[in-house]
Design a binder for this molecule. Structure first.
Ligand code: ZN
Length: 309
């Protein structure tokens, strides 16, 4: 019996496709929050390497030779943009990577950065980073995380068009999780009067969160952890915490807690706990995924803000 040409072709294609299906696409993400999003959308079709690990600070990261090798082997590199990874361009150049780079924050409406940083040249020579142009922490609003997810889907589909159907299904499932956690955030904050929603964190990482959900965040350090807190700023923050009777003070997983401990000693405020700003926890921690991070932070914030009754 003769096989039709179409059937033979289909068999031949299936034979070719098999080894390709078994091989996941190598993707490098700059830090854990992006790495998780790539994993959510890529599923088994991707093998993700994350450069800055759990609890790591992506603002001031020093890339390693292993990072350059990971980039050299990658089919796609996923970055935040908005000046978050001041070190990425040099690393890409050093690695010889010539492939596509997905900038997850593309299409986000950026919040302007602080234009201060003129503390009498206190910072010394700058390292060529354009920090201060925009607030890079756009992922802290779930609406922006949806944009991140769309950009990642686009990048993954371009890198692995044969896996588009799976990637699209995973993306839809991830967006459903984002919708759910966004509703939780809005519902949990609703009973707390707007004027009481004041929170102190280690550095200015929650600007997008604040804008999206009506919370005022204060911090002794600006939008990049590169700069140190100025004495005047600390004194001002202490006065503000006292005057406005702010109760919610949180250390961040990526930051040294000592400055905030000092501030709480001088104000009588208490450290409410630990929140996750720029990095996820390790896999066995409370914020191992983006969605878990948003849920954990929300629980911490609302616990501290809830009116004492
Ligand atoms: Zn940050």
């Amino acid at each position: 019996m003769k096989r039709s040409f179409a059937a033979s072709l289909a068999m031949a294609m299936a034979l070719f496709a098999l080894p390709a299906l078994a091989e996941p696409v190598k993707v490098v993400a700059t830090f854990t929050i992006l790495g998780d999003m790539v994993r959510q959308i890529g599923g088994d079709e991707v093998a993700v390497t994350t450069l800055v690990g759990p609890d790591g600070d992506a603002h001031v990261y020093e890339p390693t030779p292993a990072d350059a090798r990971a980039l050299g082997a990658a089919k796609l590199v996923v970055v935040n943009g908005l000046g978050m990874e001041g070190w990425i361009d040099r690393l890409v150049k050093a690695s010889g990577y010539k492939g596509p780079v997905t900038v997850t924050s593309t299409g986000v409406k950026p919040i302007a950065g602080e234009e201060e940083h003129d503390e009498a040249g206190h910072e010394g020579h700058d390292h060529g980073h354009d920090h201060g142009a925009h607030d890079p922490h756009a992922w802290q609003s779930v609406a922006n995380a949806r944009i991140y997810a769309d950009n990642i889907l686009k990048g993954l589909v371009a890198a692995a068009p044969d896996k588009a159907a799976t990637l699209r299904a995973n993306h839809a499932a991830f967006k459903a999780k984002l919708d759910a956690v966004e509703s939780e955030i809005k519902a949990a904050l609703k009973p707390i009067p707007r004027k009481d929603r004041k929170i102190v964190t280690s550095h200015d990482a929650f600007g997008y969160y604040g804008k999206a959900y009506g919370v005022t965040f204060l911090a002794p350090v600006g939008m990049s952890t590169e700069s140190e807190a100025a004495a005047g700023d600390i004194a001002k923050l202490i006065r503000q915490i006292k005057a406005e009777k702010i109760k919610a003070v949180f250390v961040e997983n990526i930051a040294d807690p000592r400055l905030l401990e000092q501030i709480t000693r001088e104000t009588g405020a208490r450290i409410g706990g630990r929140v996750y700003s720029d990095a996820l926890s390790a896999a066995d921690g409370p914020a191992a995924t983006y969605v878990d991070m948003m849920r954990h932070n929300l629980a911490q914030f609302t616990k501290a803000l809830a009116p004492a009754s």
